[in-house]
Write a protein that binds this ligand. Structure first.
Ligand code: UT7
Length: 333
């Protein structure tokens, strides 16, 4: 008989490229009809990171993964499964998870990718958790990593100012304490609204020199205003569901909310509508922009490292994006 286990969040890690791109670069270097003031007031973003030469979503993901394994007090040899979420993998095949397995020097363990856009990390967390809960894997590495800036049209002011590159990772480990770690995960999708955010083809891991707009034949397309409305509605629902979950589980409440980092106005509107306290929300989009599947694990890692959340806290992770997909996870640290 399968003995169910608790799923502890044992370690976290992240990796941000060194190149900082402030808002002014869109006007001063790319000659775009925008302004630092517009970007700051309409999105909350001040700067973001761009992957440099030789950096790919697999290479950033491998560094974040190594940091997570180290912070868990483990070695790559201890990992039993790798699940990686990305809409910008280095290749169609093999999976980024395979590349990261090799980069870390793990055993010949299963490793595969999950694609659920900005919800990808929480989808991957759900998969990893279930391997741990059933005892099929003891230690699982879950990664969200993106180089979205290689999918955007740098002549489109509606989209190109929003995104940044980066990676985040966690290690999940089995624990005999059932009421610990990952408590609930909720995943949703609505493919009938697929056209609202699309990345039509894969990114190139080795962009040729020259202006960024020459790196692809086609680009990410978003319908910003529609996605904005969808994001606020779903974020409110996910917060209300999680509050009901905490009551059912007998928890004292949500200590920290880590939402997908997309737009300060989306977060503010959802908080106002749900009545969730602003001081409990972790925001770093001002420094990194929207890093899609990497945004939640980067913010979680930063929040733990800076003491913004601490062991024992109940944290709500919330994400939404292309698919359309939306998702949440309630985790006791
Ligand atoms: O993770 C999921 C992917 N993320 C998203 O899809 C983003 C979600 N959406 C958003 O964050 C916001 O909708 C945006 C930031 C994209 C746009 O903000 P908005 O307040 O919804 O603006 P809007 O689309 O209603 O556009 C208002 C005006 C337009 O000008 P007109 O038509 O009123 O003359 C836009 O052309 O703002 C203009 N605009 C800009 N102006 C200066 C749009 N982008 C810019 C820009 N600089 N970068």
């Amino acid at each position: 008989m399968t003995q169910l286990l608790g799923v502890a969040l044992r370690g976290t890690g992240s990796c941000l490229p060194a190149r900082v791109v402030p808002n002014d670069e869109f006007t001063d270097v790319l000659n775009l009809d925008t302004s630092d003031e517009w970007i700051r007031t309409r999105t909350g973003i001040r700067e973001r990171r761009f992957a440099g030469l030789g950096e790919t979503s697999a290479s950033l993901g491998a560094i974040a993964a190594r940091n997570a394994v180290e912070s868990a007090g483990l070695t790559p040899h201890d990992i039993d499964l790798i699940v990686c979420a990305s809409v910008t993998p280095d290749l169609m095949s093999p999976a980024n998870a395979n590349l990261i397995q090799a980069a870390l020097g793990c055993r010949q363990i299963p490793s595969f990718d999950v694609l659920a856009a900005c919800s990808g990390f929480l989808y991957a967390l759900s998969v990893g958790s279930q391997f741990v809960r059933t005892g099929a894997a003891k230690h699982v590495l879950v990664i969200g990593t993106e180089v979205l800036t290689r999918t955007i049209d740098f002549t489109d002011r509606n989209s190109c100012i929003l995104f940044g590159d980066g990676a985040g990772a966690v290690v999940l480990s089995g624990t005999p304490v059932l009421n610990a770690g990952v408590r609930t995960i909720r995943l949703y999708s609505d493919g009938s609204r697929q056209e609202l955010i699309q990345v039509p083809s894969r990114v190139t891991p080795n962009p040729p020199p020259g202006p960024p707009q020459l790196q692809r034949l086609d680009y990410m397309r978003i319908s910003g205003r529609e996605v904005f409305r969808f994001a606020v509605t779903r974020m409110v629902e996910l917060i209300e569901q999680a509050e009901a979950d905490t009551r059912e589980l007998g928890l004292s409440g949500i200590d920290v909310l880590i939402p997908h980092q997309v737009n300060q106005r989306i977060i503010d509107a959802a908080l106002e509508s749900s009545g969730f306290p602003k001081e409990k929300v972790v925001v770093n989009l001002d420094r990194y922009g929207n890093t899609s599947a990497a945004s939640v694990p980067i913010a979680l890692d930063e929040a733990l490292r800076t003491g913004r959340c601490k062991p024992g806290d109940t944290v709500l992770l919330v994400a939404f994006g292309g698919g359309l997909t939306w998702s949440s996870a309630l985790v006791t640290l």
